[in-house]
Structures are given as structure tokens and as C-alpha cells.
Design a protein around this ligand. Structure first.
Ligand code: AHM
Ligand code: MG
Length: 342
């Protein structure tokens, strides 16, 4: 076969891509490679269910309320268990933690203990399931800190700068897996006819010229002066820039994914809607840190309005944080407004 013909038929599966990346590190043992592949497999299984949710009669709510105080949906439970069960016996993990569970999830006693820690939000944006709106799985991988034995809570409470890999799977008009091991951000689209993720977006970089801003504008009256003025700035109301277009799905993975590809900023600021509650809605470990890792790998930035998300030392598994994420200059502008006006 001629070279140009061969190129035409060159398809990069996610397995090949992960292996190629591993080859750049001669000291790599292949464990991380296998772990990423296990997550891709979980993504395929969850994808097959999410696209058949109504048909499988899995759509709808259970009676349970999770640790975040929200009604757990059946598809959440399915995704949560799928990820756990595909990873509890492989010997690659020391401990797992999921947004759906109050405590870290230990490796069952009869299985070997490994050196990595997997944190995940099994189905983010799950309140959108009933409306056929994209949802996603977010994952983070850290090295364990403890020396041996079962992984601990401390192994889970690591700042984002310690991330070894992170990514998400978006269940939308197609299913995509986007991940980084600290060497750029790469996107794969699931080809349902062959059941494999194929490289579709190599080395994603957030476009320099942003298109969108994404925020729940309905909560404007609960925001601080700084956040209100920042929003005016993004809308061009203060005459300092052209207006950005507003897009808000209400499904973090979908909002982040669009802005990653088109340029823009997503934010979920602190608000005074419920003064008794901690600032911010999104979870540092399950949502903010992994997406911050991807944003920075794609030359963007993420902040809580005052600090780099990746530098925040978590104190609790389900800690919440305000989040500003996207093009670096837009996120830095948010920090500037909040610093000036609060
Ligand atoms: P979830 O993890 O319970 O699904 O909640 C997180 C979701 C995000 O996907 C989304 O960005 C946000 O909640 C939307 O919140 P709101 O409806 O307040 O705008
Ligand atoms: Mg979530």
C-alpha cells in the first residue's frame, strides 16, 4: 500500500493513543494506561445506557437522597456502580471516591491494592436526564500518598496540582472522551458501529478569541457586586469589549466542552441565595479540579475568584467552591473584578 493510502486508513483508537503516550515515558509500568482504558470502557457501558434511558425504563427518580441532599436518579446509581465495579478488582487502585457517596470507597478485601486513587462524578448534570440534555462523567487520577495498605481519606484529599490524569466523557449527540495526562488535551469520539473511541480532536487548545460566556443568569440578584460588574463586562455593557454570546446548558461537562472548543468562560460564582450554605455549588474534587487541569492543559485557567483552583488544598471530600474557568484572560478578569468590588 502506498504511504498516502496508508494515511487515509490510519485510525487512532484510544488504546493506541494511550499506549503511544506511555511510550514517551520509559519508566512507565503501564498501570495508568490500563486504568485509563478501564475508564474508557466504563464510559462505553454508561453511554449505551444513557442513550437508551427511556427504553430501558431506567429513567426517573429513586426515593434516595445522596450526600449532597439531592434526589438520586437511577442512571446515577448505574453509572456510579459501573465505574466502581470495573475498577475495584484490577489491582491498580488504592481507593476510590465518588460524588454520590459520603465516604471513600475502599477496595474489597479479597482484591489487590494498587498505587492510584480514582475520584469521579459518575453522571454530572443528572437533573437534566429527564429532558434529554447532555450529561457527563468526570474523573481524576492521583497517586496515593500513603505507603501501603488500603487507601485513605488523605489519599483522596489532594490538590489539583497533584493530578496525574483527568478527563470527562460527554454523553451528547455523540459520546466523547476528553482526557489529559499532563501532555495536552485529546478528544475521542465513540464510533458506535465499532464500539471504540477514535481520536477526533488532537491537542485541543482553547481558541484565543472567545465566543461564549456561560452562567446561570437567573441568579444575578444573589451575586456580589464584583460578579455583577464582571458579567456586565462580558456582555459589553460597560463599553470595554464586544459582547460575548450567552450559552448555558446547566450541565457542567456540556458547558465546559463547548467553551473548550469554541473559547469562552463558564462560571458558577458564590452567591447569597442560601446564606447558611458554603460558597459555590460545584465540588472542588469531583468537578472543579479535574476540569481546571484540562483547562490549563489547553492553555486556559481556572480560579475560585481569588485563587488558582489547582492550588487549593481540599479539606473535605465534598467541599464546594466557586468556579471561573475558560480562557485565561477572561478568568483573570473575573479575579480582577472580584478583587476590586468583592
Ligand atoms: P450535579 O453534580 O448534581 O449534577 O450538579 C452539578 C450541575 C452542573 O453540571 C451544572 O453546572 C450546575 O449543577 C447547574 O446548576 P444550576 O441549575 O444551579 O444552574
Ligand atoms: Mg456533579
Amino acid at each position: 500500500m502506498k504511504d498516502d493510502q496508508a494515511d487515509h486508513y490510519r485510525i487512532t483508537t484510544i488504546e493506541k493513543h494511550i499506549l503511544d503516550q506511555q511510550r514517551q515515558y520509559p519508566e512507565a509500568t503501564g498501570i495508568l494506561t490500563s486504568l485509563l482504558y478501564d475508564i474508557a470502557l466504563a464510559g462505553k457501558v454508561i453511554s449505551s445506557k444513557t442513550t437508551r434511558a427511556g427504553l430501558a425504563e431506567i429513567l426517573g427518580r429513586t426515593e434516595e437522597v445522596n450526600i449532597q441532599g439531592e434526589i438520586v436518579q437511577k442512571l446515577d446509581q448505574f453509572a456510579d456502580l459501573t465505574i466502581y465495579r470495573l475498577n475495584d478488582h484490577t489491582g491498580r487502585l488504592a481507593v476510590l471516591a465518588s460524588e454520590e457517596n459520603e465516604l471513600p470507597l475502599p477496595i474489597p478485601e479479597h482484591y489487590p491494592i494498587g498505587k492510584y486513587v480514582l475520584l469521579y462524578d459518575p453522571l454530572d448534570g443528572s437533573s437534566n436526564i429527564d429532558f434529554n440534555i447532555p450529561i457527563g462523567t468526570i474523573f481524576s487520577i492521583y497517586r496515593r500518598l500513603s505507603e501501603s495498605g488500603p487507601g485513605t481519606l488523605e489519599d483522596c484529599l489532594q490538590p489539583g496540582i497533584n493530578l496525574v490524569a483527568a478527563g470527562y466523557i460527554i454523553y451528547g449527540s455523540s459520546t466523547m472522551l476528553v482526557y489529559s495526562t499532563g501532555d495536552g488535551v485529546h478528544g475521542f469520539t465513540l464510533d458506535p458501529s465499532v464500539g471504540e473511541f477514535l481520536l477526533s480532536h488532537h491537542d485541543i487548545c482553547i481558541p484565543h478569541d472567545p465566543t461564549y460566556f456561560s452562567v446561570n443568569l437567573g441568579y444575578r440578584k444573589y451575586w456580589s457586586e464584583g460578579v455583577k460588574r464582571y458579567t456586565d463586562y462580558l456582555q459589553g455593557l460597560d463599553g470595554k469589549r464586544k459582547a460575548l454570546s450567552l450559552r448555558y446548558v446547566g450541565s457542567l461537562v456540556a458547558d465546559f466542552h463547548r467553551n473548550l472548543l469554541a473559547g469562552g468562560v463558564f462560571y458558577y460564582p458564590a452567591d447569597n441565595k442560601d446564606p447558611g450554605k458554603p460558597a459555590g455549588k460545584l465540588r472542588l474534587l469531583y468537578e472543579a479540579a479535574p476540569l481546571a487541569f484540562l483547562a490549563e492543559q489547553a492553555s486556559g485557567y481556572a480560579s475560585d475568584g481569588a485563587h488558582r483552583i489547582l492550588n487549593i488544598e481540599p479539606e473535605a471530600l465534598h467541599q464546594r467552591t466557586p468556579l471561573f474557568i475558560g480562557n485565561r484572560d477572561l478568568v483573570e478578569k473575573a479575579e480582577e473584578f472580584i478583587h476590586l468590588y468583592g
